[in-house]
Write a protein that binds this ligand. Structure first.
Ligand SMILES: Cc1cc2nc3c(=O)[nH]c(=O)nc-3n(C[C@H](O)[C@H](O)[C@H](O)COP(=O)(O)OP(=O)(O)OC[C@H]3O[C@@H](n4cnc5c(N)ncnc54)[C@H](O)[C@@H]3O)c2cc1C
Length: 384
């Protein structure tokens, strides 16, 4: 059942309608096969780019959609009801554009943003490393300024990079000094720069179409004017980007949970045992009611954070709350949805087992849910 949405404008309703149409006509027919084959859906991103759905929350003057975050996130949620890897990819692309849109000079914005937002390009976000996951400040990949002062050379390995090998640019956080988390800087590395290598794709539990690889920078030269912000501002930029990015994951997790609820509800109406549809049994009906409550409250939670962001208010803690609530709810709803289907839910004849595997990663990436609890509790307990 399509989610009931209160949208701020008619434009926003048109965007939701367009998204639903693309989902039904273009994405739904290929998702099963593409996920089974672990194929990267580059054409799907091209289509979303062509229709303007890939860069909705960025300024129109640079080629973005000029939409509030609350609208952009609901589009991500709609995509996730059909294809989680694509919804996550839209969120990742948005994350990769954020540093330039919010921290770059006007000259850098004019040079880089029209391409990044134009629909043809896709970005990757290089923060994690093999030995630096939650502890971002311990990263060792390093950019060294050339004696000429015109360019840096980057050396080191980034891990778990979504879109690696398919992306057109790599928004990368690397060390420019030994000053701990104050020694990081942000660079936008073009995919055709020399000395970029990719490890084989990770063999993941789910989200198969989201290709994830290590990216090895082997003395990769990057022009100095592709450094975004000052040297040492990298950590602040990365964390600010993640505040917004986490809302994309929260919205995607909500769409995934909605899809699981819809599939479970339809099955409960059809499947009969003891001479009645299983939905007639309170044990099943109440499980569905709890799932509906989880999805609806997840949506309200991410929309609250988004509306704070749109109003220019502080939203970092609410973004962490939204990521935590929406992804934990998605895990619970997808688990219960399998239970509603019984044995059928445990087979690949239904998409529930895929939803369950996809839900798990939402509790892990863009800051594990332990890290979200850390962000929330630190805010609660800090001395004012
Ligand atoms: C499918 C997928 C796609 C990804 N895409 C990207 C991407 O595009 N770009 C990118 O940069 N990264 C990406 N990541 C990496 C992801 O962000 C990290 O996996 C995540 O941040 C956790 O880091 P880690 O795996 O090293 O776990 P670790 O940091 O080693 O954590 C292991 C466990 O310890 C817990 N833990 C760690 N520190 C604390 C603490 N202080 N308090 C309590 N518990 C703690 C964690 O919660 C976790 O349960 C992706 C990961 C996956 C699985």
């Amino acid at each position: 059942m399509p989610a009931v949405r209160l949208l701020p404008t008619e434009d926003a309703q048109d965007l939701i309608d367009l998204t639903r149409e693309i989902c039904a006509k273009d994405l739904a027919p290929q998702v099963d096969e593409m996920e089974r084959a672990a194929e990267f859906p580059r054409d799907a991103f091209r289509l979303l780019g062509k229709t303007g759905l890939l860069s909705l929350p960025y300024p129109e003057e640079y080629g973005g959609g000029g939409q509030p975050y609350e609208v952009y996130l609901q589009v991500v949620e709609e995509i996730a009801t059909v294809w989680m890897s694509v919804a996550v990819g839209v969120s990742v692309h948005s994350l990769t554009c954020y540093p330039v849109a919010s921290w770059a000079t006007v000259a850098q914005r004019e040079a880089l943003l029209p391409g990044m937002l134009g629909g043809d390009q896709l970005g990757a976000y290089c923060l994690s490393e093999p030995m630096s996951g939650s502890d971002v400040g311990s990263m060792t990949t390093r950019a060294t300024l050339e004696p000429s002062g015109d360019a840096y050379r980057i050396r080191g390995t980034k891990a778990w990079i979504s879109h690696a090998g398919h992306a057109d640019f790599y928004t990368s956080f690397v060390r420019t000094s030994d000053d701990g988390s104050r020694g990081l800087s942000c660079f936008v590395v073009p995919a055709d720069a020399a000395g970029i290598e990719f490890a084989p794709a990770e063999r993941k539990m789910g989200l198969a179409s989201d290709t994830v690889r290590q990216v090895v920078f082997d003395g990769t030269p990057v022009d100095a004017d592709r450094r975004v912000g000052e040297e040492g501002q990298g950590m602040a930029i990365a964390l600010a980007a993640l505040d917004s990015g986490r809302l994309g994951i929260a919205a995607a997790a909500t769409g995934l949970a909605q899809a699981a609820l819809d599939a479970a509800t339809a099955y409960a109406k059809e499947r009969e045992q003891f001479g009645r549809p299983i939905g007639d049994f309170q044990g099943i009906a109440f499980m569905l009611a709890d799932m509906e409550a989880a999805v609806t409250s997840a949506r309200a939670t991410y929309l609250h954070a988004a509306r704070l962001r749109d109003a220019g208010r502080a939203f970092s803690t609410q973004a962490a709350v939204a990521k935590l609530v929406c992804t934990d709810n998605a895990m619970r709803v997808t688990t219960d949805a399998i239970q509603v289907l019984g044995g059928a839910g445990y087979t690949q004849d239904f998409p529930l087992e895929r939803y369950f595997r996809e839900a798990k990663v939402t509790q892990i990436f863009e800051g594990t849910n332990q890290i979200q609890r850390l962000v929330i509790s630190r805010q609660l307990l800090k001395n004012t």
